[in-house]
Design a protein. Structure first.
Length: 285
């Protein structure tokens, strides 16, 4: 091999090595500058990418920054949906993945302190922008069922408990929200079966009247295409050990149904709603 060919090969290997390093650092920090009162300040911010996250499982985003600005600074967070979707609290950086795919998370370093009570991602925040960084986050569908929901309220089905993530279809369209499959066939007694679940918002101070008024009307029995099944009913039948029991009636053996907890279902605080439907597909025998 000639010296020229060796040199070209060495340069190519060096370029490939740099490209590999850059590929492993999606949130690499680059210096930004900002002018405040005639003074120019140099700052950087980088996002610690959590890697792949699971739909329904919250992640708290982390960032690191440097700046020669001597005053108070804070970080604003936002997320842009891509092939997937998520929500992200403005200042706490709590990412709630909703649907599988990819989203872009952005961190902005600003002057001043974070405004109290402005956690909404759409809230306008004052302060001069010192630096910004973005990172692509991959969301996978959950492989096992856990707590699900948004808006500060989450729920978990405890019985039956042989549940995995699944996709429910309405014709050719996926039914929005969290979709799950109950893998245990439901035995009917006079066309009825029971479900038990717990909720994270206010479950220690459960109020039956509140539940029957603000939650029960938004729990439905649907067919496998997402249409409400006439003649069915869901009633409250008990509470014990942080567990709510409901009974579905009007079911027929040998059918596929979906029990849907609508986005309006809440804890004892009516502001803490699920925010999205949570569906469980099941078969009757």
């Amino acid at each position: 091999m000639t010296s020229t060919k060796r040199m070209k090969k060495t340069v190519l290997l060096a370029i490939l090595s740099v490209m590999m390093v850059l590929a492993m650092m999606p949130a690499m920090a680059f210096a930004d500058s900002a002018t405040i009162n005639g003074n120019t300040y140099t700052s950087t911010i980088s996002i610690t990418n959590p890697g792949t996250v699971i739909a329904g499982v919250q992640e708290t985003m982390q960032s690191t920054h440097t700046t020669d600005y001597s005053g108070d600074v804070h970080v604003d967070w936002s997320v842009t949906d891509g092939t997937g979707s998520a929500t992200l609290s403005k200042h706490q950086g709590v990412l709630t993945p909703v649907t599988a795919g990819t989203v872009t998370v952005t961190a902005i370093l600003r002057t001043g302190t974070a405004a109290s009570g402005s956690e909404s991602a759409g809230t306008t925040c004052s302060g001069t922008q010192l630096a910004t960084a973005s990172s692509t986050i991959t969301i996978n569908a959950s492989s096992a069922y856990g707590f699900q929901g948004t808006g500060g309220n989450t729920m978990e089905m405890t019985s039956p408990n042989n549940i995995t993530a699944g996709i429910n279809y309405n014709g050719s369209n996926i039914i929005a929200g969290y979709n799950n499959i109950i893998n245990t066939n439901m035995s009917l007694s006079s066309g009825a079966c029971q479900f038990q679940f717990t909720m994270s918002a206010g479950i220690n101070n459960f109020q039956q009247t509140h539940f029957e008024t603000y939650c029960l009307p938004y729990i439905y029995i649907l067919d496998k295409y997402g249409n409400e099944v006439t003649g069915t009913n869901v009633s409250y039948t008990g509470f014990a050990n942080r567990t709510i029991t409901i009974t579905a009636t009007g079911l027929t053996a040998g059918n596929t149904y979906i029990i849907e907890f609508g986005p309006e279902v809440c804890g004892n605080n009516v502001d803490k709603k699920l925010g999205v439907p949570v569906d469980f597909q099941f078969n009757t025998i």
